[in-house]
Unconditional design. Structure first.
Length: 212
């Protein structure tokens, strides 16, 4: 169990680090992170704080969809959301302190590439640990259960709704796309592809280490 918690924690921190690189690239963040970052652009609160707020909204939506998730599961999601929010702000602080702002499209796309690799690696640890999911993933399962559709289609639907809400918020308050950009579409396509390769190649080894 200790090993599962370890790789789960590493996965969450790497996920936050990958999102941080996408923010530093300033080309748009992944669909999953688009709403928290959009909110952070319009209020004087940190990205981590708004990530926690967004996760609370996702938990509320799970309840409204009438899922079979228990209150205990939601309490666990709240705790995990708080931990991830702390990781998010910590990762951003590290990145902004150590790395220079992206200047020019070569550096921006370089940061996007790093973001994709780190997030894919994060998902390898996160899913292999088989511990409670973040609220956004819980919402995806809720959509799948409520409308009796495959998880993959529920994931696409959830991402599209997240991006749509983010666009509306940014256009209304910022008069720009804000958190959405070409990096969003690169992440939407690329993360799943790279994560699939990582899971196929490395997950058996990680599982063997955990169960040793």
């Amino acid at each position: 169990m200790k090993k599962r918690v370890l790789i789960y924690s590493i996965g969450l921190f790497l996920l936050a680090l990958g999102v941080g690189f996408s923010i530093q690239a300033d080309l748009g963040v992944s669909p999953v992170s688009s709403l928290p970052y959009a909110l952070a652009l319009i209020v004087p609160w940190s990205v981590g704080t708004m990530t926690f707020v967004a996760n609370m909204l996702y938990i509320l939506l799970q309840k409204l969809l009438g899922t079979t998730v228990t209150w205990k599961d939601w309490c666990v999601q709240i705790i995990i959301s708080l931990v991830f929010a702390v990781f998010m702000d910590s990762a951003l602080a590290i990145i902004t302190t150590i790395l220079p702002p992206a200047q020019g499209y070569v550096m921006r796309f370089f940061y996007v590439g790093i973001s994709l690799m780190i997030i894919a690696c994060a998902l390898l640890f996160y899913f292999t640990a088989k511990l409670p999911l973040l609220a956004y993933d819980g919402l995806t399962y809720a959509i799948s259960e409520r409308f009796s559709i495959p998880f993959s289609k529920a994931k696409i639907s959830g991402d599209l709704m997240n991006v749509a809400v983010s666009v509306i918020i940014c256009l209304f308050y910022l008069r720009s796309l804000g958190s959405i950009g070409i990096g969003t579409f690169i992440a939407a396509y690329g993360i799943g592809k790279i994560a699939g390769i990582f899971l196929k190649r490395w997950q058996p080894r990680v599982i063997a280490w955990v169960e040793r």
